[in-house]
Design a protein around this ligand. Structure first.
Ligand code: ATP
Ligand code: MG
Length: 495
């Protein structure tokens, strides 16, 4: 379906400000349709002299008379003279006419939409002339309020300037309505509004009273009356009841005198309770990750202390390795403690892992450059943690075996690719390649044993290792003259 913006550009030569005025009008007119219990349509005269239906809203409080969608179609029936009259005179006009396919005549109120000294369009209220309902006090009050808004539209006082309220969150007529007079006294409260007052312990009859006298938060009303603009505010009226209130001032005359107001109230207690629960669950998860990280740091410090007391270089190296592995896991938990929920952007972990590997490189005579390409997407902590340990081992191996002491250094590239539920990780280096006859399954070192175990049992994935080919280096931008035959390690992990 075409939008109002598209239709106006197609059929009229209105400028941006004019279109904006109309967009703000239809941003707010759900409220007007609800107050008028009727369909509202917006008509514009096209440059070809034809009137077009540009927008339509049905009431949530009553029945629509139009089951068809007329948006974008030309108006050709008996409504045209009435539209033209309202447009030319700048006055609200009313009339009654037959519409094909509708048994009873349609009553139409045509409201010129003014901005400044120009009429841009005509907004109509269209309802069956034979309403089955006897209007009660509520209906009379609502229609009266609609008529006040209609006068404001005709005088160019509605829609208000400034942003339109978020219609998905703002309270609606069905949530509860209070009509206020020019002194902000309650003149009418809808049954739902009365119930809302009861829930916050206000049992007195509100009619004739100011909200403050009732003990009800009147700040949105005061603000709206002062600023002559709509005000939306959420507040805890009592410790157990959270309300969302929106006040629209009713203005009249060129001097924009306050003639009253309308206050819509919605009880959002349940919604906010759920939000709070979710928030606190999130905070708890993060706190737990934070504590795990602290505990791991304590363990690695203890190990480091212990390592210093050892004399055998082999034992010292083994303990140092363990310290490094624990730091990797701590780093994952630190990242998780900063992110909401229990999953994490994998790149946020890979980057610091590369930094760790870089820091672990002690000799400046064989510079090794670490880079990462691609995105890993978001991963749950159950995958991110073992995967980080695996990646650390692979990076360490690239440094230890690809660029051993005495070599010239080179590049290590990590390529991430997360698509169709499979995360692919490639770790490639252009250093000294694998020893001849190397077989992954026969490798006896602890590092690759950890990698194999985690990848095949914890992660349900696969791992492959081979020597690098020119294509591999080309693909990651290392050119076709790598320093050594290099190594390519490929992991796939279902996520
Ligand atoms: N990137 C690599 N380039 C060349 N050879 C490698 C590479 N990765 C692993 N290897 C070979 O695989 C062997 C086993 O590696 P593994 O990580 O299991 O043990 P390690 O690195 O020797 O000791 P550690 O237990 O400290 O990791 C290495 O000794 C090495 O020969
Ligand atoms: Mg190793």
């Amino acid at each position: 379906m075409a939008t109002l913006g598209e239709l106006t550009r197609q059929h009229t030569d209105l400028n941006r400000d004019d279109i904006d005025h109309l967009l703000r009008l239809i941003g707010e007119w759900g409220l007007l349709a609800d107050l008028s219990f009727a369909d509202l349509l917006l008509y514009l005269p096209g440059t070809d002299g034809t009137w077009y239906v540009m927008a339509h809203v049905r009431p949530a409080t009553g029945q629509t008379i139009y089951h068809h969608d007329y948006v974008g179609s030309p108006a050709v029936g008996e409504e045209v003279p009435l539209l033209a009259k309202a447009y030319a005179s700048g006055e609200i006009c009313e009339g009654e006419f037959g519409v094909e396919g509708i048994p009873d005549p349609v009553r139409m109120m045509a409201v010129p939409v003014r901005t400044g000294d120009r009429v841009l369009a005509v907004l109509t209220r269209e309802a069956s002339s034979r309403s089955s309902r006897q209007p009660g006090e509520l209906e009379r009050t609502y229609v009266g309020l609609f008529q006040r808004f209609a006068s404001m539209i005709c005088e160019g006082l509605f829609p208000f300037s400034g942003p339109v309220a978020d219609s998905s969150a703002a309270p609606r007529v069905g949530d509860g309505v209070m009509a206020l007079d020019e002194e902000a006294r309650v003149r009418f409260a809808s049954p739902n509004a009365v119930s809302a007052l009861h829930r916050v312990g206000i049992g007195a009859n509100a009619v004739g009273m100011r909200l403050a006298e009732l003990g009800f938060n009147d700040s949105p009303v005061r603000l709206a009356f002062e600023s002559k603009l709509p005000v939306i505010e959420e507040f805890e009226q009592t410790p157990d009841v959270t309300l969302l209130a929106r006040c629209l001032p009713l203005l009249s005359g060129a001097e924009r005198r306050i003639a009253g107001g309308i206050l819509l109230v919605r009880d959002v207690t349940e919604v906010r309770k759920r939000d709070k629960l979710l928030l606190s669950k999130d905070a708890t998860i993060r706190e737990i990750h934070h504590r795990v990280k602290n505990n791991l740091q304590t363990i690695s410090s203890l190990l480091r202390l212990q390592g210093r007391r050892l004399t055998s270089p082999e034992a010292k190296a083994a303990v140092a390795e363990s310290v490094r592995r624990i730091r990797t896991i701590a780093l994952v938990h630190e990242t998780l403690s900063r992110e909401p929920g229990d999953d994490v952007a994998f790149l946020e972990i890979v980057r610091p892992l590369l930094r760790l590997a870089e820091e672990g490189l002690q000799s400046p005579d064989r510079p090794v450059r670490f880079t990462v390409q691609g995105e890993g997407g978001r991963l749950p902590s159950t995958i991110a943690t073992p995967l980080s340990v695996v990646l650390t081992e692979l990076l360490q191996n690239a440094v230890d075996h690809g660029f051993p002491e005495g070599s010239a250094g080179g590049d290590v590239v990590v390529v991430l690719d997360n698509a169709d539920g499979v995360l692919k990780i490639r770790v490639i280096n252009d250093g000294r390649g694998l020893e001849p006859g190397f077989e992954l399954n026969k490798a006896t070192g602890l590092g690759l044993s950890i990698v194999r175990t985690l990848v095949t049992t914890e992660l349900d994935g696969t791992i492959a290792m081979r020597s690098g080919q020119p294509d591999d280096f080309q693909a990651v931008g290392l050119g076709d003259q790598p320093r050594g035959s290099g190594t390519v390690v490929d992991l796939t992990v279902p996520v």
